[in-house]
Design a protein around this ligand. Structure first.
Ligand code: HEC
Ligand code: HEC
Length: 288
């Protein structure tokens, strides 16, 4: 995690061309996260086997945030993401669509029925024969079970609902499978992760694997993990999906980007999720 600038391009020139928001003070990388004095989050863990050649330890993005931002996540009353969890709870209980059903009609209390769900998505669905993100599963329930309109993939209804569904999994280890039929998507996601794109010719790995811990302008680079997603960002004062974050990062390299919900981003999400297997589900987390 030194300040060395490796790689053919050198991060310095790339950084000069980037327009990242201003960050704050350097984080306390040794800090521990206990939420509500109750949920002990695993914010650093032994890297999963498939990363054995590249990383020893995986870190939650929380570790790299400033003391002030870290503190906001330690108590749900201070975490602005919970405003949106409450909004989603109202949607959970409200009937919608031609079948006249609400999520609650079938799934009762999400704090019971959704325990562990966030931790294993994206997940292969045998019946549908597709790899499903949580968003895809929610839309499958909306259209198939409720006869309601799909929600926009990264719209506020959807991202708020994914946050609500994440809450009962907080503290559980991310445990996303990538064997069987999911494997080809995982390989595709891995390929995307390591492919240099854009005018800056940067891959996800150039920043989040080679340079985590370094400063990029005023921002402290993390490993780009998604165990905290959806995240509340101080920058835009709302919850943000993993795909919206991918899009932003790719745009910063001046590359063509994919759409939230696209096959490419679903595959990338699967791959990135498995890089965080072993970290705690944190969503809704707080970032700058
Ligand atoms: C008419 C009943 C019904 C309604 C209404 C419904 N669902 Fe579902 N939902 C199901 C069924 C059936 C499954 C599949 C169960 C299984 O195979 O695990 C499911 C699965 C899910 C899963 C995946 C759970 C897992 O263990 O992987 C999520 C998440 C989910 N629903 C969310 C929602 C949300 C959010 C709403 C409201 C927008 C909703 N559902 C509305 C019946 C319903
Ligand atoms: C030019 C460097 C750069 C590249 C390339 C890049 N990112 Fe990022 N990314 C950042 C910076 C800076 C941040 C904000 C600080 C942080 O959390 O690392 C960030 C944040 C993230 C986060 C949020 C992490 C959290 O805990 O909130 C994710 C996820 C992420 N990036 C994924 C990706 C993926 C996937 C790719 C490739 C498609 C990618 N990034 C490419 C610089 C980059």
């Amino acid at each position: 995690m030194g300040i060395s600038l490796r790689g053919t391009l050198g991060l310095a020139s790339a950084v000069a061309a980037l327009t990242l928001g201003t960050g704050t003070a350097i984080a306390d990388e040794e800090a521990e996260l206990v939420v509500n004095e109750e949920i002990e989050m695993v914010v650093r863990a032994e890297a999963p086997d498939h990363l054995a050649d590249t990383l020893d330890t995986i870190y939650s993005g929380w570790v790299f945030r400033s003391d002030e931002t870290q503190a906001l996540q330690a108590d749900d009353f201070d975490n602005p993401g919970f405003v949106f969890v409450d909004v989603a709870m109202d949607a959970w209980n409200a009937a919608d669509g031609a079948a006249g059903k609400s999520c609650a009609d079938c799934h009762n209390d999400p704090m019971d029925s959704m325990v562990g769900v966030r931790a294993v998505y994206p997940k292969w669905n045998d019946e549908a024969g597709e790899l499903r993100t949580l968003e895809m599963q929610i839309n499958a329930c909306r259209t198939g079970q409720m006869e309601a309109e799909e929600w926009k993939y990264d719209g506020s209804d959807m991202v708020n609902m994914t946050a609500l569904i994440s809450v009962p999994s907080r503290g559980l280890p991310v445990n996303v499978a990538y064997d069987g039929p999911a494997q080809e998507y995982w390989e595709m996601g891995k390929e995307l992760y390591y492919t240099r794109t854009g005018q800056l010719e940067l891959a996800c790995a150039n920043c989040h694997e080679d340079h985590y811990g370094d400063m990029i302008r005023a921002d402290h680079l993390s490993q780009g993990q998604i165990n905290g997603f959806p995240v509340y960002r101080l920058k835009n004062a709302k919850l943000n999906s993993a795909h919206a974050r991918f899009k932003g990062c790719i745009r910063d390299t001046r590359a063509h980007t994919y759409k939230p919900g696209s096959a490419e981003f679903v595959a990338l999400e699967l791959y990135v999720a498995t890089r965080g297997n072993g970290l705690s589900v944190e969503a809704p987390s707080v970032r700058n």
